[in-house]
Design a protein around this ligand. Structure first.
Ligand SMILES: C[S@@+](CC[C@H](N)C(=O)[O-])C[C@H]1O[C@@H](n2cnc3c(N)ncnc32)[C@H](O)[C@@H]1O
Length: 345
């Protein structure tokens, strides 16, 4: 299922890194600045060499996140970043020249920053994709929610957010809390009529993010693409919401921890979801998670809901089933939850 194959970076194969960088540009279609940067980097051996020094995945997110994290308003590059200037310039060759100068001028520092981090973008827009299936499964019964690759655990607060779904029949509004998530439902509606109740909430992550720590929150903000000021606002609102919700965050590999986490839960139905997270994991992690879900489903009512990119498919796939690879695709969706298109059998 891995979306990315940056293994060329490990082998110093810059042609392979360039090919992956071009593919990455396709996934950044709704950030003109980052798409422009990616396409230009793919033709620039010096910057490809910098990218190849970053061990984490995807190195493009880490490189551009590290730049955005440290960029300040005095640097010429800031002229293209809406959080640093009220009237950002249009992407073009001058933007790339500024990025290039910035990165080449401090390559070791940028690589060190990017190498010390993970791509942990916590995107609450994805809650609007999860909600219809989680709510249908839960009905009136409280469920145990477990998020694999939860980052800061923000989406475990999805019952505290509010939703505005637009669909052919009109608009469905649900909930009253912040952030308000806007999502186009490209199917019959309404997509959902009630918020679910959670008995417990558990996030598992290789490196859980504490969003109340300003240093860690700054990295979450840096991972938001520059033009997406709406995403930045909802990230901040979700961090506030998260302060008042009891979420157990477990550090570790989801494949190793899932069984242990489940064993510690009281009886009751369980929803296990993962959103744009396990694409970072190798096949053996997927196999172990599939086996753990199958084992749990033998003694507990469980929904496994995956929302992951799949190599070769243009949109994120939403799937229900014990194994993501073999599960039924119930929808395709925008990676940040701007729209969902349910699949009708
Ligand atoms: C791109 S972030 C997505 C976070 C969140 N699911 C969301 O959609 O907002 C991916 C997260 O998955 C975590 N991750 C990747 N592989 C993992 C694994 N095998 N076990 C646990 N967490 C993992 C990363 O540490 C990172 O925080």
């Amino acid at each position: 299922m891995n979306l990315d194959d940056w293994s060329g970076a490990r082998d110093g194969d810059l042609a392979a890194v360039a090919a992956e960088t071009r593919r990455w540009a396709d996934s950044a279609a709704d950030s003109p600045l980052y798409r422009h940067f990616a396409l230009a980097i793919a033709d620039d051996p010096d910057l490809l060499a910098v990218l190849a020094r970053i061990p984490g995945v995807p190195p493009m997110n880490l490189l551009l996140g590290a730049v955005k994290l440290r960029l300040n308003a005095d640097d010429p590059l800031a002229a293209w970043y809406p959080h640093l200037t009220p009237q950002p310039r249009t992407p073009g060759p001058a933007a790339y020249a500024a990025l290039r100068a910035y990165v080449v001028g401090r390559a070791d520092a940028v690589v060190a920053e990017a190498s010390a981090r993970r791509t942990q973008t916590n995107e609450t827009g994805r809650a609007a994709v999860l909600l219809p299936w989680v709510a249908a499964f839960a009905g009136d019964e409280p469920v145990h929610a477990v998020d694999l690759g939860a980052s800061a655990g923000l989406n475990l607060c999805l019952d505290r957010f509010s939703y505005r779904y637009t669909w052919t029949g009109g608009t469905t509004l649900l909930g009253s809390g912040a952030p308000e998530l806007h999502c186009e439902w490209r199917g019959d509606g309404p997509p959902v009529s009630a918020l679910p109740m959670f008995a417990t909430r558990t996030g598992i992550d290789l490196s859980p993010v504490d969003a109340t720590d300003p240093y860690q929150a700054a990295w979450l903000e840096a991972l938001v693409w520059p033009e997406h000021q709406d995403r930045l606002a909802r990230l901040r609102a979700a961090i506030e919401a998260r302060r008042n919700v009891d979420v157990a965050m477990i550090a570790g590999d989801a494949a190793r921890m899932l069984g242990e986490v489940e064993a510690g839960l009281p009886p009751g139905p369980m929803v296990i979801w993962h959103t744009v997270a396990l694409y970072q994991a190798p096949p053996e992690v997927h196999e172990r998670i599939d086996a753990a879900v199958a084992a749990i489903s033998r003694h507990r009512r469980v929904l496994r809901l995956g929302m992951e990119p799949v190599r070769g498919l243009p949109d994120v796939q939403v799937r229900v089933g014990a194994s993501f690879a073999q599960a039924r695709t119930v929808a395709t969706a925008h990676a940040h939850g701007r729209w969902v298109a349910p699949a009708y059998a």
